[in-house]
Design a protein around this ligand. Sequence first.
Ligand code: SF4
Ligand code: SF4
Length: 346
Amino acid sequence: MLMGKEARGFKGGFDLLDAYPLKFCNIVEDISSDGTPETFHFSVPSQKVEHVIVSLCPTEPWALPNWVILRHKTTAFLTILKEIKNSYFSDARFYIAINEKEDRTVTDAKNFACNEDWMSVFPLYAKYPQDDPVVLTKVILGMDVNFGQDTKSLGVLILDAQTVSAMYESRILRKNVNSRFIVLSGTGLKENEILNVQLGTSIEKILKNKVKEVVRHRVFINGPLRGQEITDLSQKTDWSVNHIVVLEEKDQKVMFPMIKPDELVLTTNLLGELRRCIYCNYCDDICPVDLEPALYYHSYTRGEKHKARLYNLGKCIECGLCSFICPSKLELLEIIKECKALDKQK
Ligand code: SF4
Ligand code: SF4
């Protein structure tokens, strides 16, 4: 017997889903690889897994929505999960984190859990970056994980819905899983789409005929906030590619982007007009791990990069929210990464 738990959260963060709701084309297009597609393989961790967190709580609007995998059949998904538990992690406890706004999914999961003592349901406020491993592990298990630390070393495995589905198909149904859903979105595209892409397909092939003509654009793998901007589109997709965001390049700064929620403004100072910190403290307020990003900026501009480390720099989870919210569009995360890298250079 299991009790559903109340939603818990953290200070800071930002409700991206609310600010930037995205509409997707309903048709899921298949894209095949030019070569032999790679096959999904799940390696069972060598360490004993005591806790499995299943994240059904995506917090970025460009992430794969739950309905693509669950198909509004939560009970069927949880039945699959039970088979996975029995096959791989019979001693582990499972925690299902669900966006609290997805009422039907939460209710179905709670009803299912009433008869299952191996799982708990956690309805959560899906503000970004609630689904980050550091935040998720803290909120659900009360455990401290360092940024970049492999949670498996602590006996914690975090799975998303798509990986659960692939584990079931490959290890239990013995199917050859060689494709995954990838979400394509952004102001630089003709439309937002969900694709079923064979592993090993190039980004170039995925984007063919989908980018708006005559716009300069930037391509981000796994989102503009914590993902990576790429310029080499020949790069192949693997299981780690969840979404591709293509943004129209804007080379003019926009004052106070937070009052323009219809635009995802990720401009840089391409015009060379560096702005100053205006001490608004927005970056401090939004930081989900209670840091003060402006301190890093001021240490950096004073030429005291090493001093930045005195202010808990190592706790930064590189979510990118401080850069996102800064009205002066200062590249705070870039500065933070540069300061962090000083440790590695030693
Ligand atoms: S990137 Fe780091 S400092 Fe900036 S908001 Fe995120 S956790 Fe805080
Ligand atoms: S959000 Fe930008 S301008 Fe405001 S305090 Fe932080 S660094 Fe300064």
